[in-house]
Each structure stands twice: as structure tokens, then as C-alpha cells.
Design a protein around this ligand. Sequence first.
Ligand code: SIN
Ligand code: FE2
Length: 217
Amino acid sequence: MGLQAEWGKDMALVSGMVETVHGIPVFRGFLDADEQRSLLSDLRDIARAAPPFSPITGWGKPMSVRITAAGRFCWYSDRRGYRYIEAHPATGQAFPPIPALALRAWHEFETRADPDCCLINHYREGARMGLHQDRDEADFSFPVVSISLGDPALFRIGGLERGDPTRSLWLYSGDVMVLSGENRLRFHGIDRIKAGESALLKDGGRLNLTLRRVGEM
Ligand code: SIN
Ligand code: FE2
């Protein structure tokens, strides 16, 4: 693991394995195969302690993505709306600690504080995530650091308004993407995953981790 290039002042220097796709830095293969397997094994332990669930949208429909978390906060949604929670909705327990490998990835980009949320999204074939902004965190000067594992996902990124033009890019297993600065509040979502491409997850599909700082400093 490690940065293949130094950040430019505008965090957009492109070299080696760093690609700037539509202005978003994507670190291809940031986690090597061993690191991906090791992180996956931590995620299995987390899923046992804090079983993934499908949040219910405001319209009463379950999301196609299953979610759990590590760290203090987990994103949650039901008919009352969405919010961050600090106890698992079924077990009532706190969420397990954030895996060391994920923390290390975060610290490559942000050293002021640890993340207090590692949201874990599980996409099976056919799952998607509609266009949204990540804007329920206290301080947008902290980035969202995203780690992809398993099957490739078609990620869509737009502007600061829902109707702004969007562009798409594929995220592959081991890729790390950073939404910070002017990209932090861009609308984004997952159109689809390409099932059966990666052998990392036993039953296929994709896991996405987003490291965030939700609470006040
Ligand atoms: C998210 O926006 O919460 C997840 C994005 C992804 O799955 O890559
Ligand atoms: Fe998001």
C-alpha cells in the first residue's frame, strides 16, 4: 500500500498509479491482492458482529445495497428519514473498530484526525445506489476516502446540483478514490456492478468502504 506519487498542491498530480478521472483522484490498485484478502477477512468479522441490513428509503422501499459499519457511526435510513446511528439497529451494540488497513489508507490522505465512520456497502448483482451527496457529516474539510473490493462498479459523478451533467468511471478491486476539496459534495452514485469479474468475494459482488469523519472535532 502507498501513494505512487506525491500530491500536488491541488491534489491532482497524475503519475504512476494515480489517475485523475474527471477531476477525481483514483489510486488504482492501492491495495494489493494480499491486502485486499486481509481487509476482506476483517470485514467478515465485522459482518458477524454487526450484520448488514438493507436501509428503508423514505418511500418505504428497501435499498438494494446492504449496509453495515465499523467505527462510531453508521449511516441509516427508515421511513422517518436518514441519519447516522451509533448502535446497530438489530443488536443494539456499538459497531466494531475500523480495520487497521482502512485506517492506514485514510491516513495517507488525512492526518488531522481518525475517521469515526467506515461505512461498508455490499452490492450483489443488480444492486445500485442512486445519485446522492454525502452531506450529513459535520465538517466537509474532511475527505471521504472510498475503497473498492470485488467486482467492478460503474461510478457516476456529477456536480453540486442534482441536475448537473454527470460522468462515469469504473472502480476496481483495490482502488481507492478520494472525494475532497471541490469534489467533496459532488452528487455521485453506483449505476451497476459487473458481476462475476472478481474472484475475491466467495459469492461474488462488491464491497465498498467509505471512510468519513461524521462528528465534530
Ligand atoms: C457511497 O456513495 O456511499 C458508495 C459509493 C460506492 O459504493 O462506491
Ligand atoms: Fe456517497
